[in-house]
Design a binder for this molecule. Structure first.
Ligand code: SF4
Length: 371
């Protein structure tokens, strides 16, 4: 396979999917299975094989490694460290572990601090217990605070919180409560997600109770306003960070960088090839490397480049576009962008074209212009 790559790609970003949860949350469409020791051990054996097989094909020097899930905190700290030790981590600046508040003890946090993990993404979602129940989360708000305190006490200095808004029957006062509680905890980073429900999740039956678009948009701008007033900088449509705490790993997706996806359901992007591993643990155990790899056409690459770059508040660098696609973006898309520039949904700032804040909530509509 490697002979068909255009270059000898250097891989600097790694995503590892850990496909286990203690229980499925009622809104979640991410691939995961109910945790068992036996399947976890088989998964670790296969993950190791997958890592070693890729190491034989590519030069891998991770700057960022991200354990997502599922519930990666169901792995023991020593298991996480033994995965990390399979890589040359001398250039690794960010190693993130997603943590479910339900699975964290003081002892776990202390042991985790002894590993190379240096960034935590804590799945808070809400600080309103009724909302957490509605979402089918296994933890309450007290457990989020406890988990956060354990992680801080253990010495973690880069913690992100995830929040979800746009819940069925969500009240503005409840949303405000969650934002204020999040700010009070003083994390380095906050990611906010608008609830979206696929047909096959239990909460789909309450989809009609989600507030209308206008209200959800109001919620989005309320979160934004509160976080910015509290000193966070928005660096992407859904992501806010203290200065210098933007997630390097998140940024790799929006900057068109190559990344290796490992584990079931993980997606990867290397040298203009994309692949997704089977979202089925048994199929993953039998999977052939490179079987699902598909070359992206230049046209698709260009579209992805545009809408991923425009997700960053900094926008898309016009010189980078010219360099990658040998065309002038402003001339090529003159017709598509004219009305947005005129009504100030898009703006040009130096070498960048970017969305203006009033278009953040309707960004998908603008992106379809380039599709
Ligand atoms: S939201 Fe997280 S914890 Fe809940 S089922 Fe999905 S992956 Fe598991």
């Amino acid at each position: 396979m490697e002979e068909i790559f255009q270059t000898d790609p250097l891989i600097e970003h790694i995503y590892i999917h850990v496909p286990f949860c203690l229980k499925k949350c009622d809104y979640c469409s991410f691939y995961s299975e109910i945790f068992s020791e036996e399947v976890k051990n088989k998964y670790l054996t296969n993950l190791t094989k997958e890592i070693e097989a890729y190491k034989a094909h590519f030069k891998i020097q991770p700057r960022t490694i991200y354990f997502g899930g599922g519930t990666p905190s169901l792995l023991l700290p020593e298991e996480i460290e033994s995965i990390l030790q399979r890589f040359n981590t001398s250039n690794t600046i960010e190693a993130t572990l997603e943590i479910n508040p339900v699975s964290i003890t003081c002892e776990y946090a202390n042991k985790l601090k002894q590993t190379s993990i240096n960034r935590i993404s804590l799945g808070a979602q809400s600080f309103v217990d009724e909302e957490l129940k509605l979402l089918g989360r296994l933890h309450n708000s007290k457990q989020i605070i406890k988990a956060y305190d354990h992680l801080r006490a253990a010495g973690f200095t880069n913690i992100s919180l995830d929040l979800i808004y746009g819940l069925p029957r969500q009240k503005k006062s409840d949303l405000l409560f969650s934002i204020e509680k999040s700010i009070e905890l003083d994390p380095e980073h906050i990611s906010t997600y608008c609830l979206s429900l696929d047909e096959d999740v239990p909460l789909f039956s309450q989809k009609a109770l989600i507030p209308d678009d206008e209200t959800v948009s109001e919620f989005y701008y309320l979160i934004r306003k509160k976080l910015i007033s509290a000193g966070f900088e928005q660096y992407e449509i859904s992501n806010f960070a203290r200065k210098r705490f933007e997630s390097e790993h998140n940024l790799c997706y929006w900057k068109d960088k190559f990344y290796l996806g490992l584990g079931p359901a993980a997606a990867g992007y290397i040298d203009l090839f994309r692949y997704t591993n089977p979202a089925d643990i048994k199929k993953y155990f039998q999977m052939d490397l490179f079987l699902n790899w598909k070359k992206i056409s230049d046209e698709d690459h260009e579209k992805e480049f545009i809408f991923l770059a425009l997700r960053k508040t900094k926008g898309m660098n016009l010189k980078d576009f010219q360099f990658s696609f040998k065309e002038n973006f402003l001339l090529k898309y003159e017709k598509e962008i004219a009305k947005y520039l005129e009504n100030k949904y898009l703006e040009i700032a130096g070498d960048f074209i970017r969305l203006t804040p009033k278009s953040y909530f309707i960004s998908n509509e603008i992106f379809t212009e380039f599709m």
